[in-house]
Design a protein around this ligand. Structure first.
Ligand code: FAD
Length: 381
């Protein structure tokens, strides 16, 4: 079988591939997306669906996240994707955590954020105020979608509203535009963008290896509904030493030292807390971080115990029953949240090497397409 007449071929139908497909379609290009699976099944549907701005690394990454959040806000209603939650509530339990929150609020990233003291927090949100809560950092920037249904909705909308073609159950073996060789024959396109997620060895393995990537495995849980709606997605003290937007502030050092004594097992398992809530009231809770060139599928129970322990410490709630468990992986590379590599003038490799592809993918897609076609980003809106 031969498929021809495309301007842009995107390999990979995860969120990064779909983001590039959207930017290319908005630029008026005829787009085909090719994936070896029948539908997205990787990191893009295993994540929290938490489009996070506050806490992303200061500078470019934070800017990419703001733009991506804006695109989600435009796309979600058009594509019939419900926004399940908005904003962020990061609970604070230690004076050192308050110092980090205050330092954060003093930066440009603090715009649209504020801090509640313990009394205000308890009065406004008694249902998630732990006995030792000293307050919360509140952000209004975030949106949260249910990724496992949002991704299929995004695909359907890209097909219907933007005429994007999808070739599924089709593995791409080689990319030399205008020809891409696949398990179902040749696809012809002028330009190719490879968004392979954590498949680092099928296409351009040597180009990708130059970034010295490894993989990170995360443990995730779904808990039964606690019986009430959370005011926003919840994070906690541990997040302040993991998310670069906070962790790179000098004030984070004292918190890190204290956590190393008080929550050593959590740090050893790379555990911090994100709690998001679905339409049925259930909670998606995580996560842990274990790094390897090939993360084994054997997730340690200790990591799960640490996640549930932090849930209780941060919210004061007994954890509701676990209803689902899963792991996910994404690639990581030292010193980079993502990279765009150009093996040829008409080929790009786009890989998010941090746990932020849902939060930055749309803006990265715009940059790649603008660069490939000599366009201004404003032309793609
Ligand atoms: C547990 C977990 C929680 C996370 N939480 C968040 C969060 O809340 N917010 C956030 O912003 N980020 C989060 N992330 C990170 C985010 O999910 C990832 O950065 C993002 O999903 C990566 O998208 P992707 O499209 O690059 O990869 P993927 O979703 O893995 O998609 C890659 C696709 O490429 C296809 N593919 C690869 N090679 C080929 C080939 N040769 N031929 C055909 N198809 C191919 C695969 O089949 C796959 O469908 C989380 C990640 C995990 C694992």
């Amino acid at each position: 079988m031969q498929h021809s007449g495309f301007d842009v071929a995107v390999v990979g139908a995860g969120i990064v591939g779909l983001a590039h497909a959207l930017a290319a379609a908005r630029a008026g290009k005829r787009v085909v997306v090719i994936d070896r699976d029948p539908r997205a099944n990787g990191a893009s549907i295993r994540n929290f669906g938490f489009i996070t701005v506050t806490g992303q690394q200061r500078g470019e990454h934070w800017t990419l996240a703001r733009r991506t959040r804006d695109i989600w806000a435009e796309v979600a209603p058009e594509a019939g994707i419900p926004v399940e939650q908005k904003g962020l509530m990061l609970t604070l339990r230690r004076p050192e955590a308050i110092d980090v929150a205050e330092a954060f609020l003093d930066t440009e990233m603090g715009e649209g954020c504020h801090r509640l003291d313990g009394e205000q927090f308890r009065a406004l949100h008694p249902e998630i105020a732990a006995p030792d809560a000293l307050g919360a950092l509140v952000s209004r920037h975030e949106v949260r979608v249910e990724s496992r249904t949002a991704l299929p909705s995004l695909v359907a909308w890209l097909k219907a509203a933007h005429g994007v073609t999808f070739l599924t159950e089709t593995a791409v073996h080689s990319v030399v535009p205008p020809r891409l060789e696949t398990s179902r024959g040749t696809v012809e396109a002028e330009v190719a963008i490879v968004c392979p997620g954590d498949d680092l060895c099928t296409l351009f393995p040597d180009r990708i290896a130059a970034y010295r990537p490894r993989k990170c495995r995360l443990s995730m849980l779904r808990l039964a509904s606690p019986g009430f709606r959370l005011p926003a997605p919840v994070m906690s003290d541990l997040s302040l030493v993991r998310y670069e937007g906070y962790a790179a502030l000098p004030q984070a050092e004292a918190l890190r030292r204290r956590l190393a004594v008080e929550q050593a097992a959590h740090l050893a398992n790379g555990v911090h807390l994100i709690v998001v809530q679905s339409a049925d009231g259930s909670l998606v809770v995580g996560d842990s971080h274990h790094y390897d060139d090939l993360p084994p599928p054997f997730a340690p129970a200790e990591a799960e115990n640490c996640i549930l322990d932090e849930f209780t410490r941060a919210t004061g709630l007994n954890a509701p029953a676990v209803t689902e468990r899963w792991v996910g992986t994404y690639p990581v590379a030292d010193g980079r949240n993502y990279f765009i590599d150009a093996p040829a003038d008409n080929v790009r490799i786009a890989i998010v090497t941090s746990g932020s592809g849902a939060s930055t993918g749309f803006a990265i897609g715009e940059r790649t397409i603008a660069d490939l076609f000599g366009l201004k980003i404003g032309d793609l809106a």
